[in-house]
Design a protein around this ligand. Structure first.
Ligand SMILES: [Zn+2]
Length: 354
């Protein structure tokens, strides 16, 4: 029995979305996957500026650390603040003390005339916005930033953009981080991506994916339930599975419990060790997180069978790179009240624009 684990890894996050909580209700209530994107996320991300993004990422990182999550794979979009945005996220995470691997998600859904379209003709030309997004990934990676090449999703990208992202990822010897077949609008993603994916791609969701693609799959059980897109059945696929939150915080013990509950709902013969292994697969991207130490409020965190049925377990102490950054469940290197206050001021500015 042990009350310790290594630092946890969130394999898919959107640190830009932390300030979405409490945002005004959209003009019309979403009724499906695509209208959720149109009414909530594509309205929110278009309003982000540098200051909002910094405090959104800082609060997201602070909450991660206080949940025992010491490393995050982030997927970013802010179409009206592209150049330098990945540096802002990296700085916020460094200031808080959380490792991050980030990327800008390129998309052709913003036409060169500035209008927003739902689905992009695969044969259309790459837009200026997608070009700038890939340039931002290139710039950040060339400067030594830790990240990948981002794509939003196949249904909002031209073939030209998919191909350019693939080439850019090869140049930097990183994978592409992309949403895949999350909902009906992207159900054709498998056919579009089949010829270009490789083992180092990070394929997020794959709920409706109709074929085997090369790459690792990130399962986000809470987000999939929240968006009513169905269960992705990761245990039926041969790909390595990782666990993410898709931007709904980064409490990975909570996500593990949810992943187990959904797995067990699907297959009564399954057991919590499967979901725990998915969580541990995140160490591929952050091997140094294995050396971090999280001391929990429960003395059997090394037993998935106990942990899956024990709620309310929280970190008492977190040690990152040998330094104690959380003690008595409170951060030692920053003032969480100040972070919450600054984030709340930026949330107010953001919500006023919506
Ligand atoms: Zn996502």
């Amino acid at each position: 029995m042990s009350n310790r684990t290594p630092g946890l890894v969130c394999a898919h996050h959107h640190l830009y979305s932390t300030l979405a909580r409490g945002m005004p209700a959209p003009p019309s209530a979403p009724t499906d996957f695509i209208s959720t994107l149109q009414q909530v996320w594509w309205r929110l991300d278009a309003q982000l500026d540098a200051e909002m993004l910094y405090w959104s990422a800082a609060l997201g990182a602070a909450e991660a650390l206080m949940s025992g999550t010491t490393s995050i794979i982030d997927h970013h979009e802010s179409p009206n603040f592209i150049e330098g945005s990945l540096d802002v996220i990296a700085k916020a995470c460094a200031d808080i003390g959380v490792r991050v691997n980030t990327c800008f998600g390129a998309t052709d859904r913003w036409t060169d005339k500035g209008s927003l379209i739902d689905s992009v003709n695969p044969n259309s030309s790459m837009t200026g916005a997608a070009r700038r997004a890939l340039d931002e990934c290139d710039r950040y990676l060339s400067a030594g930033g830790r990240g990948m090449v981002g794509l939003h999703a196949a249904f909002t990208c031209s073939n030209e953009t998919l191909e350019m992202a693939t080439e850019l990822a090869k140049k930097h010897t990183v994978g592409v981080h992309i949403h895949v077949a999350e909902g009906l609008h992207d159900a054709g993603a498998g056919e579009r991506l089949e010829a270009i994916t490789s083992d180092d791609w990070l394929l997020v969701h794959c709920v409706l994916l109709d074929r085997l693609l090369k790459g690792r799959i990130v399962h986000n059980p809470r987000s999939n339930m929240n968006n009513s897109v169905g269960y992705s059945k990761p245990s039926r696929r041969t790909n390595t599975t990782l666990l993410g939150t898709d931007g709904i915080g980064s409490d990975m013990l909570e996500e593990f419990r949810l992943a187990y509950a959904r797995l067990r709902e699907f297959d009564i013969k399954e057991n919590p060790a499967t979901a725990w292994a998915w969580l541990e697969n995140g160490y591929h991207y952050f091997p140094e997180s294995r050396e971090d130490v999280v001391v929990w409020s429960y003395d059997a965190v090394d037993d998935p069978w106990k942990l899956a049925f024990t709620t309310g377990v929280h970190p008492v102490e977190v040690i990152v790179d040998g330094k104690t950054v959380v003690k008595n469940s409170m951060p030692t290197t920053f003032d969480i009240h100040e972070v919450r206050q600054k984030a709340s001021e930026q949330a107010k500015r953001l919500h006023e624009r919506l």
